[in-house]
Design a protein around this ligand. Structure first.
Ligand code: NAD
Length: 485
């Protein structure tokens, strides 16, 4: 167990605007809690609208110089940032666990993933490839440049406090944009610590500004209404995403949206059931179930449903629940009391409608927001848990009888982020993958996240992609120059 003071020793608590660390204009602050102990661990400056607009001015001022730098120079700063994150990944992982609650091994996994976005976009920064062609008429040469979209507002959730920031900052900086990062109020410390590292790695003042705020709505609306802000990249719930799309529409701001999920996890009778259970554990329990990619609904072919449920419940029961920083913890606390209440309400509703609790079932008594790993079977079709994002360690299992039924049920949701399927027949798996309405498919895989792959959803799970070359394209705009000579 590491001392909280030691973890927080060098972590800034001010706003970063134009290269200066400062208090909020009105002195407001946000208390940050440790979800394992419910104690306040830090007090962080909470940006006002005035601070938000100061960040726009700083980003606007710094943008042209950053955009004009050689791609190689931007790449090398990102590469240095990657190396510095890796060198400090253990300390940053502890910081994530402290403010988010997740088990230290999940936080370490997040840091490796988070850093990788800087390495990947260091490599992509030099691959801003433009196009050139001759028009079919022969009258015109078509030259297409890719130029940075401009000042970008990045809004991130609390569930991956490091990776959701680096997944946006990396491609934005590679493309030549300056940014304003508004991290979640529950987990602002990780974002501030990463911003300090970016400064040390050579990111010029004003290129990355960070403004935690408990007044997210007002501050982000003011920023989006400022004509200097040209891009919104948001990761968070579909509900908040809808509000922000409406705000962005007022000044026709370019939007990339990574929103909620309701992932189905299909297990066919021909699957290797032990491998499916192993995949289910990762798909459900990575990050304690607090992931947009978390498997939310387990559809299992009738002949194997009992075997799968028994083995899955045994694996869930074997998890060690406790403070994330303790040695050997598999499942830390949920982020806050409201998260636990929401999960309990979904479980209670399902049980009230006939679901059986195979293991777990509720919140743990005592200090900290701990929720028991839970498996439910016989979940009725009208249970809310099949429609709402659970965002916790609860797995509802439902039996199915045919491929068509499984596909129809999997697709019966407004979300389309990711779907998982396990089968021993690869051709069948690929054919089903084509029919699943989701932006990402885990085929005999319980985790798909990879900085080199396009991450994102269909339907109300979002617009655009992060990671891969696509992620940088979200921060570039085409400029067509008609030329003749
Ligand atoms: P949230 O939507 O409540 O908040 C996300 C961010 O938006 C936070 O920084 C929050 O402070 C801010 N915010 C809230 N209201 C706002 C407003 N009116 N204007 C501007 N900003 C506002 O989401 P959360 O609870 O932090 O995170 C969980 C959600 O994020 C889940 O739905 C999850 O699926 C989703 N998520 C999606 C992805 C993805 O890549 N698709 C990744 C991680 C999380």
């Amino acid at each position: 167990m590491t001392d909280t003071k030691e973890i927080l020793a060098d972590v800034p608590t001010g706003l970063l605007i134009g290269g200066e660390w400062r208090d909020a204009s009105d002195g407001a602050t946000i208390d940050v809690y440790n979800p394992a102990t419910e104690e306040v661990i830090a007090s962080v400056a909470s940006a006002s609208e005035e601070d938000g607009l100061a960040a726009v001015a700083a980003a606007d001022k710094a943008g042209p110089d950053w955009a004009a730098r050689a791609p190689r120079e931007r790449a090398e700063i990102l590469r240095k940032s990657f190396e510095m994150l890796i060198a400090r990944k253990d300390d940053l992982a502890k910081l994530i666990t402290l403010e988010n609650g997740k088990a230290l091994k999940d936080a370490q996994g997040e840091m490796a993933y988070a850093a990788e976005f800087f390495r990947w976009y260091a490599e992509e920064a030099v691959r801003n490839i433009s196009e050139f062609s001759t028009a079919p008429s022969g009258n015109n040469k078509i030259m297409v440049l890719q130029q940075p979209v401009g000042v970008s507002l990045l809004i991130t959730p609390w569930n991956f406090p490091a990776a959701m920031g680096t997944r946006k900052i990396g491609p934005a900086l590679a493309a030549g944009c300056s940014v304003i990062l508004k991290p979640a109020s529950e987990t602002p410390l990780t974002a501030l610590a990463i911003a300090k590292i970016l400064e040390e790695a050579g990111v010029p003042p004003g290129v990355v500004n960070v403004i935690p705020s408990s007044r997210s709505g007002a501050v982000c609306s003011a920023i989006l209404a400022d004509p200097r802000c040209r891009k919104l990249s948001f990761t968070g719930s579909t509900q908040v995403g809808r509000i922000l799309l409406a705000e962005a529409a007022k000044s026709v701001v370019n939007c990339s949206m990574e929103l909620g999920g309701n992932a189905p996890f299909l297990v066919f009778a021909d699957a290797d059931i032990d491998a499916a259970v192993e995949g289910a554990m990762v798909a459900k329990m990575r990050n304690g179930g607090e992931a947009c990619t978390a498997a939310n609904r387990f559809f299992v072919e009738a002949p194997v449903v009992e075997e799968f449920a028994k083995k899955f419940a045994a694996a869930m029961e074997a998890l060690k629940v406790g403070p994330g920083l303790d040695d050997g913890t598999d499942l830390g606390p949920m982020v806050n009391a409201a998260a636990c209440r929401d999960i309990s309400a979904l479980v209670d509703d399902a049980v009230g409608k006939g679901a059986k609790v195979v293991t777990g079932g509720g919140q743990q008594e005592g200090v900290g927001h701990f929720f028991q790993p839970t498996v439910l079977t016989d979940v009725s079709d009208d249970a809310l848990i099949l429609n709402d994002e659970i965002f916790g360690p609860v797995a509802p299992i439902i039996a199915f009888d045919s491929v068509d039924e499984a596909v129809a049920r999997a697709n019966d949701t407004e979300y389309g982020l990711i779907a998982y399927l396990y089968t021993g027949d690869l051709a069948k798996g690929l054919a089903i993958a084509e029919r699943l309405d989701a932006g990402m498919i885990g085929l005999n895989k319980g985790v798909v996240s990879d900085p080199a792959a396009p991450f994102g959803g269909t339907k109300q799970s979002g617009i655009g992609r992060e990671g891969a070359h696509d992620g940088m394209m979200e921060f570039l705009e085409k400029k067509y120059i008609a030329v003749s000579w």
